[in-house]
Design a protein around this ligand. Sequence first.
Ligand code: ATP
Ligand code: NCN
Length: 201
Amino acid sequence: MAEVTGRRPRIGVMGGTFDPIHHGHLVAASEVQQHFDLDEVIFVPTGEPWMKSDVSPSEHRYLMTVIATASNPRFGVSRVDIERGGKTYTIDTLRDLRALRPEADFYFISGADAIAQILEWKNVEELWELAHFVAVSRPGHALSISGLPARRVSSLEVPALAISSTDCRQRVSRGYPVWYLVPDGVVQYISKYHLYRSKQP
Ligand SMILES: Nc1ncnc2c1ncn2[C@@H]1O[C@H](COP(=O)(O)OP(=O)(O)OP(=O)(O)O)[C@@H](O)[C@H]1O
Ligand SMILES: O=C(O)c1ccc[n+]([C@@H]2O[C@H](COP(=O)([O-])O)[C@@H](O)[C@H]2O)c1
């Protein structure tokens, strides 16, 4: 499509811990892809998220993200945050992706909870130069982009899916199903590698 119109390729970036990836992430990415006519959306699992603790090994989170996105030809997964090692900052994610794809414009996708914290992110003033930010609605979180640079940040209402990775992990540890909250292949991956099982006997 980009070749036909002559416009610069548009790439969505869906950063996340994805522990595990769930349908809330996938619907958000799909809606932003359609609304902003993105050529692709790259999911980027974090290395070490500095605002979270007790995160599953990155290879598990990466593989679940690959499984969850495999069926969509516009979705892909990048290892830039995992390969870089150490704590993950979006400033590094966007610098790395722009070095790999200098011809593209980037759209960084964030849920309402994440965008509410963005002013605490590393080098936030430089972030606005590297991507357009799209804040999507999320049940239980007020969606506000006031106080952020209007030309660099948009908001988008997406179908409400009250799903969180925390809830998925808790359900597995308590023996409840996560079918239909996460893609089928991710349910099977969690079971195969005994992820999120309670450590108590
Ligand atoms: N149900 C959802 N609807 C819209 N956006 C979401 C939803 N779940 C997560 N997101 C967004 O996806 C990005 C990655 O989220 P993350 O991997 O931390 O998932 P999470 O469900 O928030 O995890 P946890 O419960 O472990 O904090 C963030 O920008 C987050 O706001
Ligand atoms: O750059 C930062 O300082 C920063 C702080 C917190 C979160 N982020 C990014 O925001 C995305 C969602 O993070 P999380 O922790 O909600 O999964 C992910 O790509 C993180 O790397 C980035």
